[in-house]
Design a protein around this ligand. Structure first.
Ligand code: 13P
Length: 243
C-alpha cells in the first residue's frame, strides 16, 4: 500500500473552457506529483494530460464495448493514459440511478483496464440521523466489491464521502470521520486480510484542511468545489502532500 497521502480533485461540470485555461496557467509548475490527481470534466481531459498531470475520469461505462452512446469505456480511458476513475459517487447514484451492481461492473472493468477505482461510499443525512452509517457503509462496500479478488482489492481507494457533506460546507466531527474510516479499513481487513487506502470527501476546503489532515487514519482527500479554484486547491495540496 502507498504511504503518501493523495489529493483527488473532482471538478464535476463546474468550469468553462476559459476557466480551465486560467486554472492550468495558475497551477502549472506547482503541481506535478503523482499524489495529486485531477478529474476534470471529461471533455477537458486532454488539456490536463498535455500538461502531464495525473488525471482521472469522473465516470466510466459499466460495459466494455458496444452500442452505448455518450459513454466512455474503462479500456478507452486507460488507452489515453488515465490512471484513476471515480465510481459510485453519490451524484451518479442519485441522479443516474446507479446501483451497487452497476458500480460493481464498473469496478471490475476498471481493474481489468489497470485503472485505480476510487469507490465513493457514504450515508445520507437521514441514515445518519437513524444511526445507520456503519450499516450503510458495510452493505454498500460488500455489494460494490462483490467478487473483487484480494489481489485487486489493494489497488482500490475508498472515498468516505457522506452525502450530506457534499457541497454543503458541513462536515462530520473529526471523531466521526476517524471512526468511519477505521470501520471501513477494519471491514476490508476482516474480509480480505489486506490494508487499503481510505480518503475523506465532502466540503473539504482551505479553511478545514489543516484540521482534517490531522486525523491520523485518513490517507488523503477527495475535493469537489475547491479543486476548481487554483488558489484553494494549491493550499489543500500544500497542507496534505507537500508537508
Ligand atoms: P465538495 O468538495 O464540493 O463538497 O464535493 C465533494 C465531492 O463530491 C467530491 O467528489
Amino acid at each position: 500500500m502507498e504511504n503518501k497521502k493523495i489529493v483527488i480533485g473532482n471538478q464535476k461540470i463546474y468550469m468553462s473552457v476559459n476557466e480551465v485555461g486560467e486554472f492550468l496557467k495558475e497551477i502549472t509548475g506547482k503541481v506535478l506529483t503523482s499524489n495529486v490527481v485531477i478529474c476534470p470534466t471529461t471533455l477537458y481531459i486532454p488539456y490536463f494530460l498535455k500538461h502531464r498531470y495525473s488525471v482521472g475520469i469522473q465516470n466510466v461505462c459499466e460495459y466494455d464495448v458496444g452500442q452505448y452512446t455518450g459513454e466512455v469505456s474503462a479500456q478507452q480511458a486507460s488507452e489515453i493514459g488515465l490512471k484513476y476513475a471515480l465510481v459510485g459517487h453519490s451524484e451518479r447514484r442519485s441522479y443516474y440511478n446507479e446501483d451497487n451492481d452497476v458500480i460493481n461492473s464498473k469496478i471490475k472493468n476498471l481493474l481489468k483496464a489497470n485503472i485505480i477505482p476510487v469507490l465513493c461510499v457514504g450515508e445520507t443525512s437521514e441514515e445518519k440521523n437513524l444511526f445507520k452509517t456503519k450499516k450503510v457503509l458495510k452493505s454498500d462496500l460488500i455489494s460494490c466489491l462483490n467478487k473483487v479478488s484480494s489481489e485487486d482489492i489493494e489497488k482500490i481507494i475508498i472515498a468516505y464521502e457522506p452525502v450530506w457533506a457534499i457541497g454543503t460546507k458541513r462536515i462530520p466531527t473529526m471523531a466521526e470521520i476517524k471512526s468511519n474510516v477505521a470501520y471501513i479499513k477494519d471491514l476490508i481487513k476482516q474480509i480480505y486480510k489486506k490494508e487499503i487506502r481510505v480518503i475523506y470527501g465532502g466540503s473539504v476546503n482551505p479553511n478545514n484542511i489543516e484540521k482534517l489532515n490531522r486525523i491520523d487514519n485518513v490517507d488523503g482527500f477527495l475535493v469537489g468545489g475547491s479543486s476548481t479554484k487554483a488558489e484553494e486547491f494549491l493550499k489543500i495540496i500544500e497542507v496534505v502532500v507537500n508537508q
